[in-house]
Design a protein around this ligand. Structure first.
Ligand code: NAD
Length: 481
């Protein structure tokens, strides 16, 4: 198991030899002790990335594409081991961890293709209204990028930044979440093995405020790409302002799923439960607010409560388990606090809200939870809970549904469930959300964009936009003759 820092092509301990324990959320056992970086280590990592940038920026797109494709192949070859490590450290059921690993491989393969095309596409001639000048606009790598990622999809959030950054020609310093460094270090082991030049990718573990603080203020870092909470996102943006770095933020959400009266109720049950209980609700895009047409409310709630009671919660490695534990005690207590607050605020608890009886005393397990009649101004309805808690309100008209869905400071994602294709298109256009699924589970393709409106995001990941985030734009204007 890899547990050290990776700086300038060398696995190493931190300057002061500090370590931190990493836990298994399913039973609270210590899995490993991971090396912790000091400010000096972060400095060395940024210096190594800056030195490597001098040559990496000039490698051809074709060469960078070859490295990325090799990573994709190696991830596929080691998929099962990576998935198991992720379940162990993050607590998600193995079936879900396998989906994450497949996503990581396809993200690297996609950006391999984009990198290969860069030799052709990174410079374009511009039509000018005069004959005396020739103008070309080029995209060039931004420089050293700091990548800061959360614990809920550790490898996926890393791949969504790392693959486009490398494709663009940036070098990087990655800071994994201190809660889930093990899968990311394993991914880094693969990247180290494909033979990238020393310093192109560096990894520094440690407490967010300490390590992240150095990265986000370091004058040698040109770009910060952050995924995590809004509270920390704001700190990152302020810190980066000092040296005017490019900043991309992927933050929280309180996404809505809208179920209309003409929906297929079986499909609605699958989409609603998948949207909130996948990864135990610890998803930025979790559709934690269900808006249901009043005429379907009773029938859908009965079915949802029945399904919630039948979801098997427990050890992520058990064959029959569909939902694992929450990530740690802080998250577990936070979710239970929201449940208590919801009851006090007058919402009606229909299912869950407590530790499942079948789970023993160890591990951070909470049953699939459903609240209805949730007051629109309550914390339960407005704040990101980041747990398996579904909040339900009924609506009377399509316009009401859209207004309720959009009444949030967030705007990451939304799901629309209806058999009326005209309505689906109309509603999708009116939702303030960066991603809308219509009668579909939360499938994500590297070819499409990822990110939200309002306070959910700044910039976009995936697709060409994900790579543009790591590029500068340069105009070259030449006099003719
Ligand atoms: P977090 O904000 O606590 O931590 C995220 C990362 O930031 C960690 O690596 C942490 O160590 C680091 N960090 C902490 N303090 C820092 C500082 N002062 N400067 C720089 N870095 C610092 O988030 P989390 O609890 O790990 O993740 C959950 C959050 O992530 C949720 O709000 C969720 O919605 C969000 N998220 C968003 C997306 C998206 O695509 N929009 C995807 C996944 C998770």
């Amino acid at each position: 198991m890899l547990t050290r820092l990776y700086i300038d092509g060398v696995w190493q301990d931190g300057a002061r030899g500090r370590t931190m324990p990493v836990h298994n959320p399913a039973n609270e056992a210590v899995l490993a002790h991971v090396a912790v970086a000091d400010a000096d280590d972060v400095e060395r990592a940024v210096d190594a990335a800056a030195r490597a940038f001098k040559t990496w920026r000039h490698t051809s797109g074709a060469d960078r594409g070859r490295y990325l494709r090799a990573v994709a192949k190696a991830v596929e070859a080691q998929a099962e081991a990576l998935a198991r490590l992720q379940s162990l450290n993050n607590g998600k059921p193995l079936a879900e961890a396998r989906i994450d690993v497949a996503d990581v491989a396809s993200t690297f393969a996609y950006y391999a293709t984009l990198a290969e095309g860069l030799d052709e596409s990174s410079e374009q001639a511009v039509d000018l209204p005069v004959q005396d000048f020739d103008a070309r606009v080029r995209r060039e790598p931004a420089g050293v990028a700091a990548l800061i990622v959360p614990w809920n999809f550790p490898m996926v959030t890393t791949a969504w930044k790392l693959a486009p950054a490398l494709a663009a020609g940036c070098t990087v310093v990655l800071k994994p979440s201190e809660v889930t460094p093990l899968p990311e270090l394993a991914l880094m082991g693969i990247i180290a093995d494909v033979g990238l030049p020393a310093g192109v990718v560096n990894v520094v573990n440690g407490p967010g405020a300490e390590i992240g603080g150095v990265l986000t203020t370091h004058p040698g870092v040109s770009k910060v790409s952050f995924t995590g909470s809004n509270a920390v996102g704001r700190i990152v943006m302020k810190a980066a302002a000092e040296t005017v770095k490019g900043v991309s933020l992927e933050l929280g959400g309180k996404s809505a799923i809208l179920v209309f009266e003409d929906a297929d109720i079986d499909q609605a049950v699958d989409l609603v439960t998948g949207g909130i209980f996948f990864n135990a609700g610890q998803m930025c895009s979790a559709t934690s607010r269900l808006l249901v047409a009043r005429e379907l409310e009773r029938a859908l709630l009965d079915r949802l409560v029945d399904r919630a009671h039948r979801i098997v919660v427990g050890d992520p490695f058990a064959q029959d388990v569909q939902m694992g534990p929450l990530i740690n005690r802080a998250q577990y207590e936070r979710v239970l606090r929201y449940v208590r607050q919801g009851v006090e605020d007058g919402a009606r608890l229909l299912a869950g809200g407590a530790r499942p009886e079948r789970c023993g005393p160890q591990g951070y397990y909470i049953s699939p939870t459903i609240f209805t009649d949730v007051p629109a101004n309550s914390a339960l309805w407005r704040e990101e809970i980041f747990g398996p808690v579904l909040c339900v309100r009924a609506f009377d008209t399509e316009a009401d549904a859209i207004e309720l869905a959009n009444d949030s400071p967030y705007g990451l994602a939304a799901t629309v469930v209806t058999s009326d294709t005209q309505r689906a298109r109309r509603v999708a256009q009116r939702l303030d959300a960066g991603v809308v699924w219509v009668n579909a589970p939360q499938v994500i393709f590297p070819q499409t964009s990822w990110g939200g409106f309002k306070q959910s995001s700044l910039g976009r990941e995936l697709g060409p936009w994900g790579m543009h985030a790591f590029q500068e734009i340069k105009s070259v204007v030449s006099a003719r003759g």
